[in-house]
Design a protein around this ligand. Sequence first.
Ligand code: ZN
Length: 419
Amino acid sequence: MEAVRRQLRDWIDADQDRIVGFLSGFLRAKSPNPPGDTREACAFATALLAQEGLSHRIVAAREDLPNIVASVEGTRPGRHLVLNGHMDVFPAIEDLPGERSQWSGDVEEGRIYGRGASDMKCGTTASLFTFLYLSRLREHLKGRLTLTVVSDEETGGRWGTRHLMETIPEEVLGDCCLNGEPSGAATVRFAEKGTLRLVITIRTPGAHGAYPHLSASAVKIAGRLMGELEEITELRPDLPERVAELLASPEARRAMEESLGAGAPDIVDKSTVNIGVIRGGLKINILPDECVMEVEIRVPPGLDRARVMETFRSILARHPEASFIDRPDHSYDASWCDPDGGMALILQDNVQALRGVRPPAIVSLGGSDARYWRWRGVPAYLYGPSPKTMGRRDEHVTVEEMMHVLRVHALSAFDYLTR
Ligand SMILES: [Zn+2]
């Protein structure tokens, strides 16, 4: 089996130009979501499968948001591994005059630039090529490998992974999921926070700005409320002992700092509150009668969202002028799986062999489609490029990390399906 593994590595090394060229072209195939028309990116990805003579099918809830599903059967019975990546990306920020277009796909000084390079066309490229190489090695595989490349992750997955889970669960659930969302080379992700999205409206009678004795100010109440909502960050989760121990370890804390930025270890097991939008007031000399705040709370694994809501309601109850609605479409539970599961160890072994450092398993601060597997009891792990430039004008990955992420995915999928 070592010789076959060697062959796999040789293919990847020999194909570097092809892989980098593919990612560059994939980035030029615009797929901003919203509005979310991914047909060009989808055609680009399916052309790669066609070049290799691999069949696929399209499973779509909306014509402009096609999802690619392909599967290869090993020659002996075994486990079913599912590769998952998304091809929709954040909308581009308006390009500055004289600056590189965010849809350039430029390859320059070892970097590949473009909207979605980090989140997550690099990871999806790794999934596609992993599927391509392992299909060539099917005679050595046990079980089954399924590729899912979806068109809607950025707006919640309703037209993407969620649609697949609802329509063809027996084909896409599998025994384990591997996904290349940005994680940074230094960490493997086994869990992620959940969210609560709430819209608060504060209403008062309002008045002339010189007559504050006649009405409370909706904007000033919003200001007080904003401070009080921070009480939510004091709630403590009830983490499984192993997870708590893992997150407190010096290696995990260091890796979190490296991958998520300084300060990340201090918020990973806490709820955080973001006031994303605030609107209120009409004119400088009018006392505002309305203020609207859009609030997003990120809830760590082990903390029940009902407990967070209880605290939220009790804070709001102090201000009878305030009411709220929640946005259940965009609120979801945290998810996690076994940080010491089979695929977690395989990923860690392969990264250690390639980089010389073992990446600890940590919790993602943001969301990913991996939650759809974890909620159904199937372990799902992320390993992908650096998240540092995602969503920025200069979003990019390095050629080196593209190749590293692909090596880790291909070798880990191979190990999972041959052991
Ligand atoms: Zn993503």
